[in-house]
Design a protein around this ligand. Sequence first.
Ligand SMILES: [Zn+2]
Ligand SMILES: [Zn+2]
Length: 221
Amino acid sequence: MVDGVFELSLGFVNMHLVVTDDGVVLVDTGLPRRSARIEKALQSIHKSIGEVRSILLTHHHFDHTGNVADLRTRSGARVFAHAADAPVISGAIRPEITSRMVRLVSRFMSAEPTKIDQVISGDGSEPLPGFTAVHTPGHTRGHVSYLLDRDGGVLFAGDAAAGRKGAVSSAPRAAAVDLAELDRSVAKLASHDFEYAVFGHGQAVTGKAVEKFRTYAATLP
Ligand SMILES: [Zn+2]
Ligand SMILES: [Zn+2]
C-alpha cells in the first residue's frame, strides 16, 4: 500500500508495522497472546523484535493492547498512549464499562498492564518524527489517531471509524463511551488531509481516503 507500512491482521483486529529511519514503529499490538505472530510478521519484513523502537497505542481496549507488555519487555521499545487512557493501560484504574457486551468480554479477556513511557496530552503533538497524534475521543476518552506524513498522508484511525468495502463506516458503537464526542472526532479527522486510512477493524481505504471520511462524516448527526 504505502512503502514501509504493513498491516497485520490478527483475527478480527488489525495492527500496523511502520519502518522508519529510527527503527520499527508498531501502531497497536492486537489481541493477547499473539506475540509469536507479530514476531513472524517482523521476520517477513526482515526485521527483528529488537528493532521495534516505539509502540503507539490508539486506545486501551485489550484487542489493541494485548501484547504491549510482552513486546515492550522484549524489545525495549517506548510505549506511547494518551493521558486519559494511560492509567487504564498501566492498570492504575479500571476501564469504563459501556455495555453488557463489553462487561462480558472484559471478564474473559484483558491485556497485561504495562508502563507507559510517554504520555500524549492535548492534540496535534508529534510523538515521533513524521507522526502527528490527533486526539479523537468518544470510542474511549483517550483515543488517539495517528497521521503519518508519507505518500500524501497515512491515517491510523484505530477505532474512531472502521473500513468497509472501500468506504469508511462506524466502529462498534456499543463499545463507545460517548457517541456525540465520537462523531465530532470523525469530523475532526475529515478536516485533515490524507491519501490512505487504516483501521483497527476492517479494510484499508486507499486513494483520497479523506474524501471517504468526509462522506461518512456527512451521514452523522
Ligand atoms: Zn476499541
Ligand atoms: Zn478494537
